[in-house]
Design a binder for this molecule. Structure first.
Ligand code: NAD
Length: 303
């Protein structure tokens, strides 16, 4: 059981919060923070009623940054969306300012736990939280390509009619347009995936993985259920100290940036990342994805 502080009570934050307080009782306390305090209060009241039918008690309240001092996990889902006429670097810098504001206050609280980041552009914001907090890299985890991996497994499962839990295939790299699938490391049960999917099917699936966020946003405005469950899954893996493998965004000293890769998680954060045995083409794609993240990082005014 643990204490989680959620910062940013929008669609993503509240999907996460709802799935946390209605699931396996890993969380005993949930605190909601938002610049709009009334929204956090309303969400807390609503959520308290949803948690009544959980088998153990979950304390839920709207709070402030002092609540972070004894939390196990602070999850950041606060973010700005693009304004009309705004450029991508301008949005990047606006979200960076939000991270500065949030992380400064979390650090001031004396927080000793794990930072979990969902704000986009995900890998850049994860790297920003690492720099701003000054904590060890193992304690800063971005949701990375967990959502992309969920989309991949769903699509493969639909294509070949197999349960996604038996599909051992990952998306790695940027959570964004350059994310890539290392097919040479992908298995269905114990069998290599090329026994099940030909090249044309694999291309179609990669396209659909990349396109799903755009399609959902076009049809309903934003995506949140999938990422809510991914964040819950990462949270429970950390609190259970289970050593689960997730494609989270973590710091790579070799590249001096964060990107999605399979990592073993426990209550101390990232235990280690798993090195992928990629072929030449896949390695090139991953390098390009990391370069895209670094390019975005270079557009931030870091001072
Ligand atoms: P939203 O607009 O519904 O919610 C954002 C919330 O953040 C609002 O309640 C707002 O008041 C709050 N906020 C803004 N600045 C704040 C601050 N300084 N301190 C505290 N709270 C603050 O947005 P959303 O749909 O919930 O998306 C949130 C973020 O998650 C976005 O950056 C979005 O792009 C990202 N996202 C990530 C993934 C992923 O896979 N990692 C998936 C979907 C969305």
């Amino acid at each position: 059981m643990g204490k989680v502080v959620l910062i940013g009570c929008g669609n993503v934050g509240m999907s996460y919060a709802y799935s946390l307080v209605t699931s396996k009782n890993k969380v005993s306390e949930l605190v909601l923070i938002d610049v709009n305090h009334a929204k956090a209060q309303g969400e807390a009241l609503d959520l308290q009623h949803a948690a009544v039918y959980n088998t153990t008690r979950v304390k839920i309240k709207a709070g402030d940054y002092t609540d972070c001092c004894d939390a196990n996990i602070v999850c950041i889902c606060a973010g700005a969306i693009m304004q009309p006429g705004e450029t991508r670097p301008q949005l990047l810098n606006r979200n960076y300012k939000i991270m500065q504001n949030i992380v400064g206050q979390v650090v001031e609280s004396g927080f000793k736990g794990i930072y979990l980041v969902a704000t986009n552009p995900l890998d850049v914001m994860t790297y920003a939280v690492l720099r701003l907090s000054g904590v060890k890299p193992r304690k800063v985890i971005g949701s990375g390509t967990t959502l992309d991996t969920a989309r991949l497994r769903h699509l493969i499962g639909e294509e070949i009619n197999i349960h996604p839990k038996n599909i051992h295939s990952y998306v790695v790299g940027e959570h964004g347009d350059t994310a890539m699938v290392p097919w040479s490391c992908s298995f269905i049960g114990l069998n290599k995936i090329d026994q099940f999917l030909n090249e044309e099917q694999r291309k179609k699936i990669v396209y659909q993985v990349r396109n799903s966020a755009y399609e959902i946003i076009e049809k309903k405005g934003s995506t949140y259920y999938g990422i809510g469950i991914c964040l819950k899954d990462i949270t429970e893996t950390i609190l259970e100290d289970s050593g689960g493998i997730k494609t989270v965004s973590v710091y790579s000293p070799e590249h001096d940036t964060c990107f999605g890769m399979p990592a073993i998680l426990c209550k101390r954060g990232v235990v280690r990342t798993l090195k992928l045995e990629l072929n030449t083409i896949e390695q090139k794609k991953l390098d390009e994805s990391i370069s895209a993240i670094k390019e975005m990082c270079s557009q931030i005014n870091w001072e």
